[in-house]
Design a protein around this ligand. Structure first.
Ligand SMILES: C[S@@+](CC[C@H](N)C(=O)[O-])C[C@H]1O[C@@H](n2cnc3c(N)ncnc32)[C@H](O)[C@@H]1O
Length: 247
């Protein structure tokens, strides 16, 4: 069940990103984009280098990540966050999903290094009625606003190793100064030693690590794109680290 606001957002996404592109162009771009993610060679500069890939990212992965993060924050029972900071916000969906699930609704600051992502995030917030703003900036070293919970969804694995270490230091400091933190990442097919290190660090700070397999009733357009691209997202998966601020 997706609700009226979500339905209107999906319709608006379709109008925004399918105009001027055919369905098969988007499917082709989606295949290329998924190939990149599966091969773990994603670097957004190239992942978003064509209009088709940007459309596929916004139209397909955006809503999937929205649905997934919504389920995760519900399942973790973290539904009272006044402020959020969404690092590597992409089209803004992770922060938006959490803000809307929260009572009262949270305000969000989305940060991304890519100008297209910043513009899309501002649009997503408007469409979903989320109170928030998006700005261009670096994930590494971003200073969270006072009392904000931090979410970084599908972004940390895009960092090169040395930047990721700096991100770990920055986020550890943020947790130590009373910011909650949710890191969402794909379940890796191969070895990802950095993840084990992050789990270890944040568990020592009172955090927990989880793996998620969430069965979703995909909205029609997403189901159609999924099938046409030869993918299967009826079950959405992710792994997370969650640390609650002492507050
Ligand atoms: C795969 S997307 C995920 C977007 C969104 N969080 C979601 O869940 O759909 C990764 C995002 O991280 C951003 N990103 C990657 N490295 C970054 C960095 N060093 N600083 C800021 N943003 C970064 C990219 O521009 C991209 O928008």
């Amino acid at each position: 069940m997706h609700g009226a606001v979500l339905g209107r957002w999906l319709d608006a996404l379709e109008a925004r990103h399918l105009t001027g592109l055919t369905f098969s162009e988007v499917v082709r771009a989606l295949r290329a984009l998924s190939g990149r993610y599966v091969e773990r060679r994603a670097r957004l500069a190239s992942a978003l280098d064509t209009r088709g890939k940007r459309a596929a990212f916004a139209l397909f992965y955006g809503p999937l990540h929205f649905l997934l993060v919504r389920e995760i924050v519900r399942a973790l029972g973290v539904l009272r966050v006044p402020r959020l900071m969404d690092l590597g916000c992409g089209t803004g969906v992770a922060g938006a999903a959490w803000a809307l699930a929260s009572t009262p609704r949270a305000t969000v600051t989305g940060i991304d290094r890519h100008p297209w992502a910043v513009a899309e995030t501002a649009w997503t917030y408007r469409m979903l009625g989320v109170q928030g703003r998006a700005r261009r900036g670096e994930l590494v070293g971003a200073r969270p606003t006072l009392g904000a919970a931090i979410v970084a969804a599908f972004a940390v694995n895009e960092l090169p190793a040395e930047r990721r270490s700096l991100a770990l230091t920055g986020l550890t400091r943020a947790v130590a100064s009373d910011h909650s933190l949710l890191v969402v990442e794909p379940i890796a097919h191969g070895v990802a030693p950095w993840w084990d290190e992050w789990v270890d660090v944040f568990q020592r700070l009172g955090g927990r690590a989880d793996e998620w397999h969430v069965t979703v009733d995909l909205p029609e357009l997403l189901a159609k794109l999924d099938r046409a691209a030869g993918l299967d997202h009826r079950v959405l998966t992710a792994r997370t680290i969650w640390v609650r601020a002492e507050g």
